[in-house]
Each structure stands twice: as structure tokens, then as C-alpha cells.
Write a protein that binds this ligand. Structure first.
Ligand code: NAD
Length: 515
């Protein structure tokens, strides 16, 4: 295979791409409100109970109607995956890798269509949707190459009179539980990594974004992935999620989502029900409370730009989003005034309209939680911009900045997952790093400084899985920025990095006596 390169993004400022996006939008519109089945090892099933996903930009529009899978459906999916495991794990790795390249190629051909589904269902702007779909393609291409490498491990020390080798074997049935915020990229990454390593999978998509999951399943089938190698079971996270995680035939769980659910899964997976002969592995990537440190010795305009992108891109609904700006007292007032004018220039409205920089938040529940946090923040600090809901038929919230936040404040410590930025004053760079590290989380972080010694200090002391220097803290690229966090941000699995597949295999050492 050729060397891996990241998938280029379409630039929607170009009139021809903008026109193509509008066209894709109209095509996808025809399929709005369609019903999708459960897919259990190739068998299509319906259930009496349904779940609907809606367009967060216009909540009266139904994007897709999905089955609410039952606990029996979940059990059947795990059993079927278990039964097929011995066949799938015997498929040569070259062929499994080839399936991934084919999935990438299908998504690439239908890129604008996939973009459009993300705009409809997840409330992503076109640029954000394009980044999500491109990352999904990257994961397929990257893990395909990684699997081929893993099949040829480093040679071992050869003892005299022996042939010594080590092979990586797949684990078994993996349960894949993605969040709604990168509903394509994260789901595709977790699924294809497990599959290419030789495991079978059961995917339980987020209830907010099941349509994009159905589209991914279509792409896998079109790519020729055997229908029995995976299942797609939509339904209530709590009910079928617990069944899938607790099942004795489940070998590992690959989860990305909130700290609360991740910890619950970790606990449940640690139990060993009757008939289970292994300790389940849990890969759990969870929340963040990411900080950008702005030093006195920096270009303030550049820092403001980076903070605005990181805090308000996709309405702050990224695990990597900047939710704390920690700013040196020497430039604090200048930073705030420049930040205010940039934030107040952000456009907000329906995600499909190309002129909008921000769309809606994902749901009515998310909107209410975020608005509650804004009210708390107003009491904990000084409101600079925003501060409430924005007009429109969807779940719109104004980009909100609250200054003078103390490190003990709730808006400094708790993940809000919306367009809310807390700004805190630091005495100096050391104090800023201390404040940045004052968190249960440790996912992304950035520092803006021209001082090399301070940048070096951040390298050593800023305790995050993904550190960025003089750039925004979002937008990790597959292959270049292996992604995963410390502490309550998760198991630091480093998705899109050279070690990621090791989590889905076990090593077998073989020593053969030779004469
Ligand atoms: P969530 O935890 O509410 O849901 C995640 C998934 O878990 C969904 O598919 C949901 O249906 C499922 N689920 C819910 N209860 C379950 C249960 N009892 N058993 C099994 N599955 C269950 O998270 P969300 O709202 O979808 O996503 C937002 C969160 O994800 C934020 O905290 C964000 O920081 C985090 N996130 C982290 C990363 C990362 O790489 N660290 C990436 C993206 C999102």
C-alpha cells in the first residue's frame, strides 16, 4: 500500500463546492424520515418500539426512524458475533485491510452525501461535517496499513536451538459504543480498528445519531464486509448498552462518551458473569475540560483566534474544545476585549446554511443543561458575551464568555459540552500551568507563548494527552496527533496513532525447538 496521507478537505468558500453541497443537501432531503432496520449479523429486524432522530437546526424535522432494539436483540447480536469470530479471524489480514480501503473509497465517493447527513442529524456546519467524514476515511486508510504492520512484528531474540516468535491474535467480540459528537469518525475508527485486527463487532450507535450509523453499515456491506462480521443495534443506551457490556461472550468494549457512562461501563465490564472465561478489556475515551494558556509573551490576536476556534467550533461540543482560557494578568484586559469582539462577530443559525459559523447544540436536553451552566457561570464570574439561547427553530445558544472565573467554580471544573468559555486570570506562566492542571480531566491543552523555555516547561508539566503549542487545541489529525487523554479523560488509547491496534489483540509467544 502507498504511504498514508490525510484526506483533503473540500473548501466550501469555493462556489463550485458550495453548489455541490447544496445539491447533496437536496438529494439527502428526499430520504428524510426514512425507516431503518436493526442489522443483526446480516438479518434485518424491526421492533415495535421506535426511536427518531431529529434535525437539531429545526427540531420538527425527523431525520430517521430507527428500531429500539430489545435486550434479546442485543444478546442475539453478541451470540452471532461470537459464532462468526472463528471464521472472520481466519480471513487473511491483507483481505481485512482491503475491506477498510474499500470502505474508505465508498465514503470518499459519497463524501458530500455523508457530510449532508451529519449536517442534518448532528447539526454540524458543512466545514465541521467535512472534517468528521474526512477523519472517518483517514481511520480506515490508517488502520488498514497498521494491521499489515502488526502482522509482521519485530523479530524476537533467538535463543540457540530455538525459533522464537510472537504473533498478535484478535480478542473476540467487541462492543463498539460511540458518542453523537463525531458520530461518523469515532464510530468508523473504533469499528474498523477492531475488525481489521480480526475481531467481530456489535455497534450500538448513539440514539441522537443513528442514521449516520445506518449509512456506515450500508458502506460496509457495499465494500463486501461479510454481513456476519458486524451487527448494528440501535436502542436505549442504558438498556441494551448494559446487556451488551455485561454479556459473558463480550470480550472487549470500545467506548467513547461521557465520564459518567464510561465509568459505569468500566465497572460493569469488571464483573465476571457465569460462563465468562476472560477479563474484559475496556477502552474508554471520555470527557475533557480543556485549557488554553495564554502567556504575556505572545501574539494576542493569534491566541484569541485559536481560543475562539477551539471554544466555539461545533458549538463547543468537542471533547477537545477549549472551555477554559487561562490568561496572564499582563495581557488579560487586552485579551478579553479582543475576544469579545471576535466572539460577537460569530454567525449562528441553521447548520445547513454555509454562512453560519455555529449551528445548534444536539438536543433540547443538552440546550437546557448548557443554559443552566450559563446561569451558574453568571453567578460565578462576569459575563462578557452571549449568556442565553439564540433565536431560531432549533437548539441555538449564543457563544458565551464568562470572565474572572475562580478555579473552584463549577464552570471551571465541570464539562459543559456547549459554547461556554470560562476565562481565568493567572499571575504568571507557572501559575497558569498550575491552574490548567487543576482538573480531573487531562485530554487536550494548548499554550500560546513566544518564550521557548516556557514552551519547554509546558511540554514537561502540562498534564494532557494532547498538547498543542501556538495553535488551537481541537482538530487532531489521524497519524499526526494520536488522540486520547489522561485521568478522567480516559484510557489514553491514542486513536489514530501507531499503537492503537494493540488494544484489540493479544500476543502469543511461540518457541520451537530446532535441531
Ligand atoms: P454519553 O456517555 O452520553 O453516550 C455515549 C454512548 O454511550 C452513546 O452511544 C450512548 O447511547 C451510550 N450509553 C449510554 N448509557 C449507556 C450504558 N449504560 N451502557 C452502554 N452504553 C451507554 O456521551 P455523548 O453525550 O454521546 O458524548 C459526549 C461525551 O463524549 C462528552 O463527555 C465528550 O467529551 C465525550 N467524547 C470524548 C471523546 C474522546 O476521544 N475522549 C471524543 C468524543 C466525545
Amino acid at each position: 500500500m502507498s504511504a498514508f496521507v490525510n484526506e483533503p478537505y473540500l473548501d466550501f468558500n469555493k462556489p463550485e463546492n458550495a453548489a455541490a453541497a447544496r445539491n447533496a443537501w437536496q438529494n439527502v432531503r428526499r430520504d428524510m424520515g426514512k425507516e431503518y432496520d436493526l442489522l443483526i449479523a446480516g438479518e434485518r429486524r424491526k421492533s415495535s418500539a421506535k426511536l427518531q432522530s431529529v434535525n437539531p437546526s429545526k427540531s420538527s424535522e425527523i431525520v430517521g426512524v430507527h428500531q429500539k432494539g430489545s435486550e434479546q436483540d442485543a444478546r442475539d447480536a453478541v451470540e452471532a458475533a461470537y459464532a462468526y469470530f472463528s471464521i472472520w479471524s481466519d480471513v487473511p489480514v491483507e483481505q481485512r485491510a482491503d475491506y477498510l480501503v474499500r470502505i474508505a473509497s465508498i465514503i470518499r465517493q459519497r463524501k458530500l452525501e455523508f457530510d449532508a447527513w451529519l449536517v442534518w442529524e448532528a447539526g454540524k456546519t458543512w466545514a465541521e461535517a467535512e472534517a468528521d467524514v474526512s477523519e472517518a476515511i483517514d481511520f480506515c486508510e490508517y488502520y488498514a496499513r497498521l494491521a499489515l504492520k502488526l502482522a509482521k512484528p519485530e523479530p524476537l531474540v533467538q535463543l540457540s536451538g530455538e525459533r522464537d516468535e510472537m504473533l498478535y491474535l484478535p480478542l473476540g467480540v467487541g462492543v463498539v459504543i460511540p458518542p453523537w459528537n463525531f458520530p461518523l469518525a469515532i464510530m468508523v475508527g473504533m469499528t474498523t480498528a477492531a475488525l481489521v485486527a480480526g475481531n467481530t463487532v456489535v455497534i450500538k450507535p448513539s440514539s441522537e445519531t443513528p442514521t449516520i450509523a445506518a449509512k456506515f453499515a450500508e458502506a460496509m456491506l457495499e465494500a463486501g464486509v461479510p454481513p456476519k462480521a458486524f451487527s448494528l443495534v440501535s436502542g436505549s443506551g442504558a438498556a441494551i448498552g448494559d446487556t451488551l457490556v455485561a454479556h459473558p461472550k463480550t470480550r472487549f468494549v470500545s467506548f467513547t462518551g461521557s465520564r459518567e457512562v464510561g465509568l459505569h461501563i468500566n465497572e460493569l465490564a469488571a464483573k465476571t458473569p457465569k460462563g465468562q472465561i476472560w477479563i474484559k478489556r475496556v477502552v474508554a475515551e471520555m470527557g475533557g475540560k480543556d485549557a488554553i494558556v495564554v502567556d504575556r509573551d505572545t501574539d494576542v490576536d493569534q491566541a484569541v483566534q485559536g481560543v475562539v476556534f477551539s471554544a466555539f467550533g461545533y458549538q463547543g461540543q468537542k471533547c477537545s474544545a477549549c472551555s477554559r482560557a487561562i490568561v496572564d494578568s499582563a495581557i488579560y484586559d487586552e485579551f478579553l476585549s479582543k475576544l469579545k469582539s471576535k466572539v460577537e462577530a460569530l454567525t449562528i443559525g441553521p447548520a445547513d446554511q454555509l454562512e453560519n459559523y455555529m449551528g445548534p447544540v444536539i438536543s433540547a436536553r443538552a440546550r437546557d443543561t448548557i443554559l443552566d451552566y450559563i446561569e451558574t457561570g453568571k453567578k460565578e464570574g462576569r459575563l462578557i458575551s452571549g449568556g442565553g439561547a439564540a433565536a431560531g427553530d432549533g437548539y441555538f445558544i449564543q457563544p458565551t464568555v464568562i470572565a474572572d472565573i475562580d478555579s473552584k467554580a463549577r464552570v471551571f471544573q465541570e464539562e459543559i459540552f456547549g459554547p461556554v468559555l470560562a476565562v481565568t486570570k493567572a499571575n504568571d506562566f507557572d501559575h497558569a500551568l498550575e491552574l490548567a492542571n487543576d482538573s480531573d480531566y487531562g485530554l487536550t491543552g494548548a499554550v500560546y507563548t513566544n518564550d521557548k523555555a516556557k514552551a519547554e516547561k509546558a511540554r514537561r508539566r502540562f498534564f494532557v494527552g494532547n498538547l498543542y503549542i501556538n495553535r488551537k487545541c481541537t482538530g487532531a489529525m489521524v497519524g499526526a496527533h494520536p488522540f486520547g487523554g489522561f485521568n478522567m479523560s480516559g484510557t489514553d488509547s491514542k486513536a489514530g496513532g501507531p499503537d492503537y491496534l494493540l488494544q484489540f489483540v493479544q500476543a502469543k509467544s511461540i518457541a520451537e525447538k530446532v535441531s
